[in-house]
Design a protein around this ligand. Structure first.
Ligand SMILES: [Cu+2]
Length: 345
């Protein structure tokens, strides 16, 4: 994406195809290789979508039901990068959750093999010598956090089993403060149900804990190419899933300012974090690496049904209770009725 300059490849979006419903479009403004300005009309769209239920409870004693539906604000753009489409979606939910999704679609990059043979490095697509190599799509998102203020900190939260555990059923969520940039170079660990928590120590919730958002590391894969490979040296951000840096306005792109033909020796996350700056109660930037380990299947050919990858940010003691209690009830239920029934009085 960095080498191709993905923003310049944004599509002009079409009503009813790329986005549906009540939409606000935004133009994208960019420059060409000679510095001339140019505009991509309707490059970004913003609209709302229904999102199934947000919360519900049927009280069997009272025979009452309360249901509230979820809606999400969708902010998206789609870039065509040669054979592939990458569609980028921010979803903002009513309960304060934020989802980032990349939807990969388009045409596989294919290669030739001897007819009748099957390469172990990909999926044969037919018996005439066409196959598609296994590959990865790696992304890194730079999040300049200002959680209830400028000074934030990050904890790693793992499940741990206590030593005293007579019924072998106890487990805890244990916070570990990530104190410096090197200590905050981390990988996902689904066996420990690991997530990361961005907090503001100065801002406390109802139980006197720092307000927090948690980063749920879905699709937290790492680069398959070995450390000695050229791609790994250039894209070292992709060796790990979490990086946290002290804010510096010149540190903008995970693989450095000039990824084209970079050797990886002088710019990027792995270089900046050598300084090992303090990241406790500082203005900090959280970087998350995720991706798609694309083992190709026949169904991806001749055009690939979109595959979603991404992650979630969720309030974690940021609010003192469910912040969506005051949502209005829907009035479009069956019989034109309410989604709040049995207690109309
Ligand atoms: Cu792919």
């Amino acid at each position: 994406s960095g080498e191709y300059n993905i923003g310049n490849m944004a599509n002009s979006l079409t009503l009813g195809c790329d986005c549906l419903g009540e939409i606000r479009y935004f133009d994208g403004h960019s420059v060409d290789s000679l510095g001339n300005p140019w505009t991509i009309e309707n490059a970004i769209c913003m609209h709302e979508e229904d999102d199934s239920i947000l919360w519900k409870h049927f009280d069997f004693r009272e025979a009452t039901t309360e249901t509230r539906r979820s809606r999400k604000l969708v902010i998206s753009f789609i870039a065509t990068v040669a054979n592939y489409e990458y569609a980028f979606y921010w979803h903002l939910f009513l309960d304060g959750s934020i989802e980032f999704l990349v939807k990969a679609t388009g045409i596989l990059s294919t290669a030739g093999q001897k007819p009748g043979e099957k390469s172990p490095y990909g999926q044969s697509l037919n018996n005439d010598g066409l196959y598609a190599p296994i590959h990865q799509h790696m992304f890194n998102v730079r999040m300049d956090f200002e959680l209830d203020g400028v000074k934030n900190a990050v904890y790693e939260v793992d499940m741990e089993i206590p030593r005293e555990n007579p019924t072998h059923t106890a487990f805890m969520a244990v916070d570990r403060l990530l104190e410096t940039e090197k200590a905050a170079i981390r990988k996902t660990d689904s066996g420990k149900h690991r997530f990361w928590k961005i907090v503001n120590h100065e801002s406390r919730n109802i139980v006197d804990e720092p307000v927090a958002y948690r980063l749920i590391p879905t699709d937290g894969i790492q680069l398959a190419a070995g450390d000695e490979s050229y791609v790994s040296k250039r894209a070292q951000f992709a060796r790990n899933n979490l990086w946290v840096t002290a804010y510096d306005r010149t540190e903008r792109f995970a693989a450095g300012e000039f990824p084209n033909q970079s050797t990886g020796a002088d710019d990027g996350l792995h270089i900046w974090t050598e300084k090992d700056r303090n990241i406790v109660d500082e203005d900090l930037v959280v970087w998350y690496t995720f991706g798609m380990h694309h083992v190709v299947r026949l169904e991806d050919w001749p055009v690939m049904p979109r595959q979603n990858i991404g992650f979630m940010l969720e309030p974690h003691g940021f609010f003192n209770q469910n912040p969506t209690l005051n949502l209005p009830t829907e009035t479009r239920g069956a019989n034109g009725g309410h989604c709040s029934t049995g207690n109309e009085q």
